[in-house]
Design a protein around this ligand. Structure first.
Ligand code: AMP
Length: 132
């Protein structure tokens, strides 16, 4: 996609700190990290969202999850990490090229990513019936 910033990074038109690359995926450091070592993982093919992507691409991403996660744990000596994906503008997706965030975590880093809410009366059953 011509005006996609991540496609430009993939083509080498914009510099970045690449940490992993194969024929299908690329991972690089997020320019505004939530925690140091925050990584973005994306397919080289341009898709906006998960449901747009083909299954083969999602399988490649799945394999890369393990590579990126292991690398973060081994080389940054972190206790764990969050993976996170904003799917659609309403969900906070700013760059419309499918990507996953890997956010390194240390004990006591104070990062709170979300707060759970309770279901209202009869709500969980209604949603369950729609989704099962
Ligand atoms: P999202 O809100 O899920 O679309 O996340 C987009 C992410 O891309 C944000 O965390 C940005 O900091 C990051 N980002 C935007 N431009 C660049 C860039 N040129 N290099 C690295 N990360 C970037």
């Amino acid at each position: 996609m011509d005006n996609c910033i991540f496609c430009k990074i993939i083509k080498g038109e914009i510099p970045t700190f690449k940490i992993y690359e194969d024929e299908s995926v690329l991972a690089f450091l997020d320019i505004k990290p939530v925690n140091p070592g925050h990584v973005l993982l994306l397919p080289k093919k341009h898709f906006a969202t998960i449901e747009d992507a083909d299954t083969a691409t999602l399988e490649k991403i799945g394999a890369a999850f393990k590579i990126i996660g292991s690398r973060l744990k081994e080389r940054l000596n972190i206790a764990g990490y969050n993976t996170y994906q904003n799917n659609g503008e309403v969900a906070g997706q700013e760059v419309p090229h499918l990507h996953w965030h890997f956010i390194p975590r240390q004990v006591g880093d104070g990062l709170e990513l979300w707060h759970g809410k309770s279901y209202g009366e009869g709500e969980v059953e209604k949603i369950y019936n729609l989704l099962k």
